[in-house]
Design a protein around this ligand. Structure first.
Ligand SMILES: [Ca+2]
Ligand SMILES: [Zn+2]
Ligand SMILES: [Zn+2]
Length: 472
């Protein structure tokens, strides 16, 4: 996690809804205190990351020394061993012991740091909760659907950050895909899903990749009165499917994985990587999960499940929902290189991915995803972009801000049915609001409907679009 990103996790607490900029109404001392705590958090996160990397290096070194020792012992059996070889072996053993001690010490330091970070998060939450409660305008009641309807909900995340959380409901069978964008999104997501969930069980959870804006809302934060339940603790979880590969060393990733592992150890939750599902290489791991009423969840093969990439995004779990002849495609933040492999693989395997009525725009409508190969292969009728339109989070140049002009130009040939969750009014001033809002794509007996919490205006007809983009 970048330093700026960590600070942002906390900034998100500032905002409960829409246009309010709570910080502006704060007494100066509280604002100063918040600033101080955020600075402290920044330092701790950096320290955590550095120690984590150091530990990783030492583990590699340890592995090498152990190999060297084994080779030496093999090459020189005890009966023929010369004194200088004995000395060398002793020396190696002592080096190994030193390294092991260092690694143990580092592990303890990392654990301490993590506790400190959680405590700090607590204090920040407490400070922010003071003001946040008054502004909670939670009067939106999402529609309920009769049985036989499959609904796919693209959620707003309660802050100005781009990220994913998709809630899929088919009767009582539910899937949550990602829980972004920051730890503060957990409450927003849990509240929303809680309004729809009847059985307390989320049958499937998919964590596409280890980026903060996809996993930060999965785990709980705070203690006592400030405890905020993450998605994994708020519901009973059936099967967790996640990324087989990661380069990440962030505390966010560790917190998510620790929570996942705790559930697996202490509850009935099971966990598979997407590769285990695709290969069905573990008992219970399936390539296709039956969600009932002719609806299936199919884990697709992504080359980067088992090959290294410099981009974490390429490790994204890819899957499709098959609904009585219709296909809906989800590729997380998969980038163009990964998309090309995906298209190619399914081209060879089954003559192509085939038309996908619904496509969740890869990587929030960035230029690095939704390449022409993928779009050509799936010919989407509906595209949902989970982002804050016009966000300066990743770029200060207008045309490169999500959804980018290049991305728009690529989707123009396929459909005007394009929807976006959130919009930025003033990024540095923490002002954001709903674009379409929470977007629900619902299908009953093959009939598609789109219902949004704010409005149903398609992207190209919005004021933001008319000012900032061209439909060409
Ligand atoms: Ca359920
Ligand atoms: Zn993302
Ligand atoms: Zn990502």
């Amino acid at each position: 996690m970048s330093k700026a990103a960590v600070a942002c996790v906390i900034c998100a607490f500032l905002l409960v809804s829409g246009y309010f900029v709570v910080a502006n109404f704060w007494p100066d001392e509280e604002e100063d205190e918040l600033e101080r705590l955020l600075g402290e958090m920044d330092v701790l996160e950096t320290e955590f990351r550095e120690l984590y990397d150091e530990q990783f290096e030492l583990e590699l070194e340890l592995e090498e020394l152990n190999e060297e020792l084994e080779e030496l012992k093999e090459d020189h059996p005890p009966e023929t061993r010369l004194p200088e070889i004995e000395d060398k072996i002793e020396e190696l053993r002592s080096d190994i012991k030193d390294l092991e001690d260092k690694i143990i010490a580092l592990t303890e330091m990392l654990e301490d740091l993590r506790k400190k970070i959680l405590e700090l998060e607590d204090r920040i939450t407490a400070l922010l909760n003071k003001d946040a409660e008054d502004d909670d305008d939670d009067d939106y009641v999402p529609p309920t659907y009769e049985s036989g309807t499959l609904s796919i909900h693209f959620l707003e995340l309660g802050n100005k950050y781009t990220g994913d959380c998709i809630y899929i409901k088919n009767g009582n069978v539910e899937v949550i895909v990602d829980a972004g964008s920051r730890t503060t999104s957990a409450k927003t997501i849990v509240d929303y899903v809680g309004k729809h969930n009847d059985d307390g069980i989320i049958e499937y959870v998919i964590a596409t990749h280890a980026h903060q804006d996809h996993i930060a809302g999965f785990y709980s934060t705070g203690t006592g009165a400030n405890r905020v339940l993450g998605v994994l603790d708020a519901f009973n979880i059936g099967t967790i499917i996640d990324y087989p590969m990661t380069n990440s060393t962030t505390v966010t990733k560790k917190n998510y994985e620790d929570t996942r592992d705790r559930l697996v150890e202490t509850t009935d939750t099971v966990h598979f990587t997407a590769l285990e599902c695709y290969k069905e290489s573990k008992t219970g791991a399936q390539r296709i999960y039956d969600l009932g009423d002719g609806v299936e969840l199919e884990i697709l093969y992504n080359y980067y499940y088992e090959n290294k990439s410099s981009s974490e995004n390429n490790y994204s779990v890819c899957f499709r929902i098959l609904n009585n002849g219709q296909q809906y495609l989800f590729t997380g933040d998969l980038e163009e290189a990964g998309e090309k492999r995906l298209v190619d693989y399914y081209e060879k395997k089954e003559g192509g991915l085939g038309k996908c009525v619904l496509y969740k725009a890869g990587h929030h409508g960035s230029t690095t995803s939704s390449g022409t190969d993928l779009l050509g292969a799936i010919q989407p009728d509906y595209i949902i972009i989970t982002t804050c339109a016009g966000t300066a989070e990743y770029s200060s140049s207008n045309l490169s801000q999500f959804p980018t002009q290049i991305f728009i130009s690529r989707i123009v040939p396929y459909t005007t049915n394009v929807y976006v969750t959130t919009i930025i009014h003033d990024y540095s001033g923490n002002k954001f609001g709903s674009m379409n809002g929470n977007i629900i794509f619902a299908v009953t007996a093959g009939e598609i409907s789109i219902e949004c919490s704010n409005n149903d205006t398609i992207l190209k007809d919005t004021d933001w679009f008319k000012t900032n983009r061209t439909w060409a």
